[in-house]
Design a protein around this ligand. Structure first.
Ligand code: ADP
Length: 178
């Protein structure tokens, strides 16, 4: 019975090769760092294109709730400034480690982002390939964790769109979604 209910609430998964800052979805997920004060990669692109309002909200979140930064695996939302999306959901991926299995934390980023999306009432959510840039996670393994976690999620989100920047990342997600 409960598995029927979960299946009924499972989001549709879609795949795009492109730039996450151009996605007209309710919420885009940011592969942030725990400072919430900006960085490179997706984070840099979101703040550059979204404008200063996002950073101002991130600073306020640091001051009010996350004095020591947003912990790895958690997620928090701000508005999306000038992006076509309504909200940015910031989540902190784990740095890949060869000596320690941090898969649970990467799965948690996806679960927690969808939980925040549900709180916002977002129905369409775009995810980048979290942790696969400077945090060094092998793309095939990141794709497996992302797709499995989103497929298993119990959420009112209707579409999860994975937005992959390059061909190799796109191919890894496409292979997983078959
Ligand atoms: P992390 O610190 O979690 O590794 P990065 O931002 O460095 O995050 O990279 C995560 C992934 O996002 C990488 O695969 C990178 O190629 C990709 N990426 C970088 N810029 C964008 C963008 N504008 N839109 C979508 N994906 C992007």
């Amino acid at each position: 019975m409960s598995s029927d209910r979960a299946a009924a609430r499972a989001p549709r998964l879609t795949l795009v090769q492109g730039d996450i800052t151009e996605q007209a979805v309710d919420a885009v997920v940011n592969a942030a760092n725990s400072s919430l004060l900006g960085g490179g990669g997706v984070d840099g692109a979101i703040h550059r294109r979204g404008g200063p309002d996002i950073l101002a909200e991130c600073r306020a979140l640091r001051a009010s709730h996350y004095g020591r930064g947003l912990p790895t695996g958690q997620a928090v939302a701000t508005t999306a400034g000038r992006l076509p999306a309504r909200w940015v959901i910031h989540t902190v991926g784990p740095v890949h480690s060869a000596s320690e299995d941090r898969s649970d934390l990467l799965a948690s980023c996806h679960r927690e982002s969808l939980r925040v999306a549900d709180e916002l009432g977002a129905r369409t959510v775009a995810f980048p390939a979290i942790s696969t840039g400077v945090y060094g996670w092998p793309i095939e393994d990141a794709a497996r964790i992302a797709v499995e976690t989103v497929r298993a999620a119990d959420t009112a989100v209707e579409e999860v769109r994975f937005v992959l920047f390059d061909e190799r990342a796109y191919a890894a997600f496409a292979a997983r979604m078959e």
